[in-house]
Design a protein around this ligand. Structure first.
Ligand SMILES: NC(=O)c1ccc[n+]([C@@H]2O[C@H](COP(=O)([O-])OP(=O)(O)OC[C@H]3O[C@@H](n4cnc5c(N)ncnc54)[C@H](OP(=O)(O)O)[C@@H]3O)[C@@H](O)[C@H]2O)c1
Length: 249
């Protein structure tokens, strides 16, 4: 898919840099968005070449911002292949200590922002277009005290699978990556005791994005690609692996 143009929404976060790097090195043209102007400028400086990477500071969770971003991508690069929707927010807290406004905020950033951004890009997209979203294993196996986050990611994935059916007749592919915790220096600082074996690098997630935005995934509509590394839910009932089988490397 030479000459691809992507709107990378929420590029200022933890997965943004690896994703932008991979797509830019591949030769894609990118409009990267976020609300943090300074971070956008840093990304452009590190990964942009003239005429191939533009930045836009905008709140893409609002319909006006999303429509402006989609139109800007077309104005800058002449077409729009698709959307990489990195916008999101983690939330943890027990039900009775979580105000309904938190639920609304988390639903907005994780789910409704995808609706708004997709409605903005689709009118500009044609055959072979790509829509990529980001889910979590917590959507399938919600643990305690992540109800807002798990519900928002669950909504996102059901919605994506429905939309995939709507747009596939136009040759447009909507898919998602489901990922475990991403290993970052900040995360290591915040959670020093964490078993890093259950995390993945941003580069590995970016490679899945590269796949879902390339012709290699031409057969995929409405799929959820797991990038879970060696993560797994555990139970005391399950015990460990049998001796000599599948031990920690
Ligand atoms: N990192 C992980 O461990 C992990 C694990 C599972 C799933 N995911 C999912 O993967 C995607 C990307 O992850 P990430 O770690 O890069 O995300 P992130 O750093 O938490 O956030 C990505 C970007 O979303 C934008 N954003 C967040 N809330 C927003 C709001 N209310 N309005 C507008 N923009 C907002 C922020 O950009 P600005 O502040 O610049 O606007 C931020 O840079 C997300 O959907 C996330 O839920 C991540």
């Amino acid at each position: 898919m030479t000459g691809s143009v992507f709107l990378v929404a929420g590029a200022t976060g933890r997965l943004g840099e690896a994703t932008v790097r991979l797509l830019a090195e591949r030769g894609d043209k990118l409009l990267i968005t976020g609300r943090n102007k300074d971070r956008l400028a840093e990304l452009a400086k590190s990964h942009g070449t003239p005429g191939s990477l533009e930045t836009l500071a905008v709140d893409i969770t609002e319909p006006g911002g999303a429509q402006f971003a989609a139109a800007e991508a077309v104005r800058q690069f002449g077409s729009l292949t698709g959307l990489v929707h990195l916008v999101g927010q983690f939330s943890v807290g027990p039900l009775m200590l979580t105000d309904v406004s938190t639920y609304a905020e988390v639903l907005k950033s994780n789910f409704l922002s995808a609706v708004v951004a997709t409605q903005a890009v689709l009118p500009h997209m044609t055959e072979g277009g790509r829509l990529v979203y980001f889910g979590s294993p917590l959507a399938d196996e919600p643990l305690a005290a992540v109800s807002a986050y798990a519900a928002s990611k669950s909504a996102l994935i059901s919605w994506m699978r429905s939309v995939a059916h709507e747009v596939k007749r136009r040759g447009i592919h909507a898919n998602a990556v489901s990922l475990t915790l991403v290993d970052t220096p900040e995360m290591r600082e915040e959670r020093p005791g964490l078993d890093l074996d259950h995390t993945v690098s941003a580069e590995l997630v970016a490679r899945a994005v590269g796949f879902l935005t390339s012709a290699e995934s031409d057969g995929m509509y409405g799929s959820v690609v797991p990038v879970l590394g060696r993560f797994g839910f555990s139970s005391v009932l399950a015990g460990g692996p049998p001796p000599g089988v599948g031990g920690r490397r």
